[in-house]
Design a protein around this ligand. Structure first.
Ligand SMILES: [Zn+2]
Length: 95
């Protein structure tokens, strides 16, 4: 099933689940502001139309949370390790 309706519903479910997890873990407040809404809408858009060019190979993903978005994986000053903005793990990509 990959009708456009299914794809949109699925993207909303994925983002809602992530938000639910963030609430349960206390990483997010139950109060939202315009920035939270903006971030949520962009997350839905990314889910529907992933910016693939910005994604690393699965072998270079964060070993802890699986993050592959290059914008969320920050190279450290040693030029050998990367820190994941999602979970804070520091690792050497490809190892
Ligand atoms: Zn991570």
């Amino acid at each position: 099933m990959t009708t456009p309706e299914f794809k949109i519903a699925d993207a909303l479910r994925v983002v809602a689940l992530r938000l639910e997890n963030a609430l349960e873990e206390g990483r997010r407040s139950t109060r939202i502001d315009a920035n939270d809404l903006l971030e949520t809408l962009l997350a839905v858009a990314d889910q529907l139309d992933p910016p693939l060019a910005n994604y690393l190979a699965p072998t270079e993903a964060c070993p802890n949370c699986g993050e592959r978005n290059a914008d969320r994986l920050i190279w450290q000053d040693d030029d050998e390790t990367v820190r994941c903005a999602g979970c804070g793990t520091t690792y050497r990509p490809g190892e």
